[in-house]
Design a protein around this ligand. Structure first.
Ligand SMILES: O=c1ccn([C@@H]2O[C@H](COP(=O)(O)OP(=O)(O)O[C@H]3O[C@H](CO)[C@@H](O)[C@H](O)[C@H]3O)[C@@H](O)[C@H]2O)c(=O)[nH]1
Ligand SMILES: [Mn+2]
Length: 736
């Protein structure tokens, strides 16, 4: 029954200070226009020196100006959300919907099973009626190690879940919980301490068994004999060639599956979809679609949560938060998904690789939310099942939660499993709309973003919920090559979306709000930033070396707009970064990574996308490592940049760094020899500043190239090649 006075389950609030921000943005816009006017009106005439360079600079500045406008769309209309879980309980506790959680893993070596189990256990322990919760683990490696680990976890859960409930502990990932030496939670004093020690030992024993098996690469013989599930590996030949392996480890419907307190347990399912070398498997999108189908037979939750295997739940109440957005009587009918931020458990204080993406998380996504909702970013996202399967929005899309809650099943578990297996076979999708109209989209390295966009284009909205207590915590990459590769995948995927059928630049026009369209473009144009950035970080420095000025002199009135834009833009970015809980050094690191991404990841992403469009090359998904060697971890903790491998990306970064170093050194030498410091100051302040900042920002790179001795240093070959290349460019250019 609806109470007389309707009380919303969630609220949306405008961010404060938007007027101030907008006024500031307008002044910056004027500054940018003045700069462009200066460039256009001062183009050297035909035949005059520097005409083409000047036009190039104009191009770069036009690009930066255009891109800046896109970034404003992500800030213009920020909103914040609040939920009322108590009202949800009051109104719906008996009628809560079924929720299916999908956890994807793909490789037991770089995604250790014990980490995956912690994710699984953390969601099994959600504060949610267990008969309405089902957890599915998709294993794209089809590894019996992961299955073994899941079997162990299903046993451990029988103790872990009652413990969590009894003392209301959090987080409910055992590994994260046991980091603290003493029990936390709604203390039970002496009795909790004993329980704590007991459960901690149990966890440790389980972890040891799983880790030993992982290390040896095989499971203990007695485990194999004990559980019939392993027989499914009899016909297994490799991770790319095997039958569907499907096992319901805990059947929530079975009255016998209970924890040590006799309470029901959530359903737990292991799935390794069929793989054959002749059938392309479509990476995570393929795994997710198999999960959608398989789960529809087993539990068919109306709400689906997708999680990466390293993203444990940090808050047992998150499901209820998400449901507030789906179950509000007045405002929920058009919400298709609720995205939680991706936060990371392993980010160091000053976030050397800027992998926490804190500005995106704490600022930009709130901006997208003001225009119809955030992007779907693959993990920590709750979907309505029907919208994920391609349903269009219409006025009657509202779910009657109280009606639709029944899911009975007639067959035996065995029959059910056999019948369901075919849904995960390689051929099932042939001649269907899966991967296209239905489920997650195929063929894009960021299957999540393109899927979310297509849902929004069908008239749906999404919501962004960024609560005080972080809902999920994952693992960020811990070395520079990993960071650059991850960003290459993302920027490449986003760029492909721009060129795809669902392009935010045209297809989305009129289907989503303009602000959101621009916001999507901001990410989809990530890759294209490489050209302007490369130009700006090479050409002015070379001309500095040659003594040719490309920017206004200090005494010129045109100097002012440059000075204003530079100073205002960077102060703003620092303030925003600090506001998003960053540190000053973290901001500085962010600037460095900004440069590195743009000059390497984005460049390669652009090249690869163009090649793919022309028909060369294939889409790939390079999985991010979730483990690191001991010494690599130590350097990471100390915030020492990790290179340690040869890579074409490093060659570019190092060449750029050396080039700027030579240009600066050459200029300094000239100054000393000619005693011309005043003149240079007067005529080329901005070029000196640019080159100088590029050198300072690259200090860790010079250290890695020239000074460091540890294993994480830049390989010698890169140092030699890049120095020679930079030297060659500088000398040829000076004598040209
Ligand atoms: O063939 C594959 C490849 C990957 N995965 C899983 O996909 C998840 C994400 O992979 P990861 O290597 O951790 O990539 P990230 O860059 O950290 O992931 C981000 O970006 C991806 C898109 O590029 C999204 O799918 C993710 O949800 C999002 O967290 C992991 O759980 C993997 O196990 C599969 O299931 N099958
Ligand atoms: Mn990841």
């Amino acid at each position: 029954m609806r109470s007389e006075k309707y009380l919303p389950l969630f609220e949306t609030k405008r961010a404060r200070g938007l007027v101030l921000f907008r006024s500031f943005a307008v002044t910056l816009f004027v500054g940018i226009c003045l700069i462009l006017f200066y460039r256009v009106s001062n183009i050297p005439r035909d035949g005059e020196e520097g005409r083409w360079v000047w036009i190039g600079l104009l191009g770069a500045e036009l690009w930066f100006g255009f891109y800046w406008i896109l970034t404003q769309a992500l800030r213009w209309n920020q909103v914040y959300r609040l939920t009322f879980k108590d009202r949800l309980s009051l109104r719906y506790e008996k009628d809560l919907p079924r929720v299916d959680v999908f956890v994807c893993t793909a490789d037991p070596v770089i995604e250790p099973p014990i980490m995956v189990m912690n994710t699984v256990l953390s969601v099994m322990a959600y504060d949610y009626p267990p008969e309405k919760l089902a957890i599915y683990l998709s294993d794209d490696a089809g590894s019996d190690l992961t299955f073994y680990a899941l079997l162990e976890a299903s046993r451990f859960a029988k103790q872990w879940l009652p413990y969590c409930k009894k003392f209301n502990v959090q987080p409910r990932s055992p590994a994260a919980y046991f980091v603290s030496e003493s029990p936390t939670g709604d203390g039970g004093g002496q009795s909790q301490t004993m329980d704590f020690m007991a459960i901690k030992n149990l966890y440790q024993e389980m972890a040891d068994r799983i880790e030993t098996a992982t290390m040896l690469g095989r499971i203990p013989e007695e485990a194999r004999l004990e559980h019939e599930g392993f027989s499914q590996w009899d016909s297994y030949s490799s991770k790319r060639d095997h039958d569907t392996i499907l096992k319901i480890l805990i059947d929530g419907k079975d009255p016998c599956s209970t924890d040590t307190d006799g309470s029901a347990l959530p359903t737990l399912v292991y799935l390794a979809r069929e793989k054959r070398p002749q059938h392309f498997h479509n990476f995570k999108a393929g795994a997710m679609n198999a999960l959608i189908r398989v789960s529809s037979k087993i539990s068919n939750g109306q709400i689906v949560l997708s999680l990466d295997c390293d993203m444990y739940s940090n808050d047992p109440l998150t499901v209820r938060d998400a449901l507030c957005f789906f179950m509000d009587e007045e405002k929920s009918h058009d919400i298709a998904f609720v995205q939680f931020p991706q936060w990371f458990a392993n980010v160091t204080k000053n976030d050397l690789y800027s992998s926490s993406l804190r500005v995106i998380t704490n600022v930009e996504f709130h901006g997208t939310d003001g225009y119809g909702g955030p992007l779907y970013v693959g993990t920590g996202c709750f979907h309505r099942r029907d919208t994920l399967c391609g349903r269009e929005f219409s006025q009657d899309s509202k779910i009657e939660w109280k009606k639709h809650n029944d899911h009975r099943r007639q067959q035996s578990v065995h029959e059910l499993v056999e019948e369901t297996k075919t849904l995960a076979s390689c051929t099932y999708e042939q001649n269907t709309k899966w991967g296209n109209e239905t489920g997650l989209k195929y063929g894009c390295p960021v299957e999540d973003v393109i899927t979310g966009l297509s849902i929004q284009c069908k008239g749906w909205k999404s919501a962004y919920f960024n609560p005080e207590r972080k809902a999920f915590l994952g693992l960020a990459p811990t070395t520079l090559p990993q960071v650059l590769v991850q960003h290459k995948r993302w920027s490449e995927g986003d760029f492909q979306i721009l060129l795809s059928k669902y392009s935010p630049a045209w297809y989305a026009h009129g289907r989503i709000r303009l602000g959101l369209q621009l916001g999507y473009c901001c990410y989809c144009f990530w890759a294209s930033n490489c050209f302007a950035t490369l130009y700006y970080s090479i050409v002015p420095s070379l001309f500095l070396l040659k003594g040719i000025s490309l920017f206004p002199q200090v005494s010129s009135p045109w100097f002012l707009p440059f000075a204003y834009v530079i100073v205002a833009k960077y102060i703003y970015s620092l303030v925003e970064f600090l506001w998003a809980d960053g540190t000053v050094l973290g901001w500085w690191n962010d600037q460095r990574i900004w440069l590195y991404k743009r000059t390497s990841s984005y460049l390669f992403a652009t090249i690869d996308t163009i090649l793919k469009t022309l028909g060369f090359g294939e889409t790939a998904f390079v999985i991010t490592d979730k483990v690191a060697d001991e010494d690599v971890s130590q350097r990471y903790e100390k915030e020492m940049m990790e290179f340690g491998a040869t890579s074409p990306m490093f060659e570019i970064l190092s060449t750029l760094a050396m080039l700027n170093l030579f240009c600066l050194a050459g200029t300094v030498k000239k100054v000393i020899m000619n005693d011309s410091i005043d003149r240079l100051h007067e005529t080329m302040p901005l070029q000196i500043l640019l080159c100088g900042v590029l050198v300072i920002v690259n200090l860790p790179l010079y250290q890695g190239l020239l000074l460091r001795k540890d294993k994480g240093r830049m390989p010698c070959s890169v140092a030699v090649k890049s120095s020679l290349a930079a030297l060659l460019v500088c000398t040829t250019f000076s004598f040209l």
